[in-house]
Design a protein around this ligand. Sequence first.
Ligand SMILES: Nc1ncnc2c1ncn2[C@@H]1O[C@H](COP(=O)(O)OP(=O)(O)OP(=O)(O)O)[C@@H](O)[C@H]1O
Ligand SMILES: [Mg+2]
Length: 260
Amino acid sequence: MTERASEIVKFDNVGVRYGADQEVLSDLSFTLYPGSFYFLTGASGAGKTTLLKLLYLAQRPSRGGIRMFGRDMITLPRADLPDFRRRLGVVFQDFRLIEHISAFDNVALPLRLAGVEEPRVLKAVHDMLDWVNLADRAQALPATLSGGEQQRVAIARAVIARPQLLLADEPTGNVDPEMALKLLRLFEALNARVGTTVVVATHDVQLIQQMPDPLIMRLHKGRLADPTRALRYPPARTRSPQPGRDPFSAEGAGGNGGQA
Ligand SMILES: Nc1ncnc2c1ncn2[C@@H]1O[C@H](COP(=O)(O)OP(=O)(O)OP(=O)(O)O)[C@@H](O)[C@H]1O
Ligand SMILES: [Mg+2]
């Protein structure tokens, strides 16, 4: 099997129930291919956040098998979880910023944890905050930021260390359409330049339409439909980066960030 065809995520008949209630996710079997960009859609309550929680290892399935990065996640020792979490970038639906440190320090955290030296951290964070139009709010505490500003900090923090897998839960729910498009371009740049596999949960149809040939995973009442057959076959091509400068282009800041 070629490198492109191997999976980064493989679900086999996965189900999730909370407590003794009915399953909220049922019979999920799918593969996510490395370097691909997926939209996860579905009505409110369909199970998008629950599916992302399985992917960011915050929720265990009630049944079925999950493999990620070539390892069986069901039998993975708890002690190995932090190592896997470091490969992930997560934009939480409720942001989850650290409240007592500035926007700047929130975004810097993944790079500092990865041991990137401070001059490179400063440049990378500065450039990333510039991209999300928050340069003038760098020293603000999260509680003093608007919802849309907090969301942009959460996105900057999730992408800055160039994760292998980016999971974003309604990442444009609080921003205007122009900023939503700019954030989509940021995810695309991470995908095209770094090779990050991206899953964006959204019900913003207009945003999805900005992408040619989007790969779509659609949840309906806890079951997965595959309207673009993206989950059954490896996508035929990788996307080319948009021309111009972005935080992941050679001219952009950050060096090789958390992969250092
Ligand atoms: N901790 C929980 N305990 C019990 N039920 C839950 C819990 N979390 C989610 N659910 C239920 O699971 C179902 C799926 O919820 P989930 O949050 O995954 O949906 P979603 O597609 O992300 O919705 P939204 O678009 O509103 O964010 C819903 O019926 C929800 O009420
Ligand atoms: Mg949700």
